[in-house]
Design a protein around this ligand. Structure first.
Ligand SMILES: [Zn+2]
Length: 278
């Protein structure tokens, strides 16, 4: 690992090639908090080291931390408790299975009243838009780049009251809907929203449920989402640094008041953002 430090960043691609062929994973400064529950993160030491890994058919990141290799696995919210399997491919061509147990977590119910009924029972045109947008979102969450080094120790993207609302089983106007896939942070309209970690703007847009939205890519399948914004202050492809303003809190899309909805995706699974705030 020491030789990589002596090479400059201008040799980044050479550096990456040498580094990856030697260690097969990106070196990181920290790991997220492990939580073996639906919507949690399984951090598993991989020995002997692997070349690539997958979980329920999706590529999973392998990182190097303190001389060991770890798989950092996002566990989908709809995972049933029990045994799960990570598959690891090795340089030798052999594969190995790493089983881990997901424990039950019973998320509470949340009942919200939405005055705009179309946001609870969308019409046919709305549904076409919603379906188109959900395909776009899934594609963004599946994005994979190895040109960014993920950082798992994030800062809160906005000053405000952080609810523990991730995973809540939601009812809008008494009708069951998808569980809450992020953390809501209450803050006044216009409050600045900052990048919680270095990244690249993967996409921006206005969505039926999410309102004004930014998606940031942090590398290796770690992707974050910011919704209901008043303004979007960045452009697609822009690099952002930790703490840099990306937009302002608003109440666009399906909301009951101004707040930031913040989601984090790992290997396409929405996981609890609180696991990145330490
Ligand atoms: Zn939310």
């Amino acid at each position: 690992m020491k030789f990589s430090v002596t090479l400059s960043f201008t040799n980044f691609f050479l550096w990456t090639t040498i580094f990856c062929s030697a260690l097969e994973a990106i070196e990181v400064d920290n790991l997220p908090i492990s939580s073996f529950v639906p919507g949690g993160i399984a951090v598993i030491r991989i020995q002997p080291i692997g070349k690539s890994a997958s979980y329920i058919g999706k590529k999973v990141m392998l990182v190097d931390y303190e001389e060991s290799q770890f798989a950092v696995i996002g566990i989908p919210l709809d995972t049933a408790p029990g045994l799960q399997r990570l598959k690891v491919e090795h340089s030798s061509g052999l594969t190995s299975n790493h089983d881990f147990t997901v424990k039950e977590k019973r998320y509470q119910e949340q009942r919200l009243t939405i005055s705009n009924n179309r946001q609870v029972n969308p019409n046919e045109n709305d549904m076409q838009r919603i379906n188109r947008e959900s395909i776009e979102m899934r594609a963004a969450f599946a994005h994979w780049t190895e040109e960014l080094t993920p950082n798992f120790q994030m800062i809160a993207p906005v000053d405000g009251v952080k609810s523990s609302s991730f995973g809540l089983r939601r009812f809008f106007n008494d009708q069951p809907r998808a569980p809450h896939s992020g953390m809501d942070i209450a803050a006044p309209e216009g409050a600045p929203i900052s990048a919680p970690a270095d990244g690249v703007v993967l996409s921006t847009g206005n969505y039926f449920f999410n309102g004004n939205t930014i998606i940031l890519d942090h590398g290796f399948g770690l992707i974050s989402l910011y919704c209901h914004m008043n303004t979007i202050d960045v452009a697609n492809g822009q690099r952002v640094k930790t703490g840099e303003q990306i937009g302002q809190v608003g109440k666009t899309g399906r909301v009951t008041g101004p707040h930031l909805h913040w989601s984090i995706n790992l290997n396409g699974s929405r996981v609890d953002p609180v696991l990145f705030l330490n």
